[in-house]
Design a protein around this ligand. Structure first.
Ligand code: SF4
Ligand code: SF4
Length: 91
């Protein structure tokens, strides 16, 4: 089964507030921007606004990859509020 097929099995109850914060000042001088490639749900993207990196937290799989791979420790990660976030339908 492909990753995309596995992701499609998940159910996510979105919270309006993001459980992940990014230090955009770090992103401005990031040598890799590896978050753009490492997030399995593809939630990181380049922005043409004042902040260089955009994150759509609503599809987060809560894997923690973005926090681990960030070379500048720019990702502040918390679990979503109780009752929100991902539910894995098959354990
Ligand atoms: S890897 Fe970290 S510092 Fe680099 S762009 Fe992504 S979040 Fe910002
Ligand atoms: S925790 Fe995982 S799914 Fe969520 S934004 Fe980070 S890398 Fe993407």
């Amino acid at each position: 089964m492909k990753v995309e097929e596995k992701v499609a099995l998940c159910a996510i109850r979105q919270h309006q507030d993001s459980h992940i914060e990014i230090d955009q000042a770090c992103c401005s001088r990031c040598p890799t921007r590896i978050c753009l490639r490492a997030c399995p749900a593809g939630l990181y993207s380049l922005s043409d606004e004042s902040a260089p990196i955009k994150l759509d937290h609503s599809g987060c799989l809560e894997c923690g990859t973005c926090m681990i791979v960030c070379p500048l420790s720019a990702v502040s990660w918390n679990y979503p509020a109780p009752g929100f976030g991902i539910h894995y339908r098959h354990g």
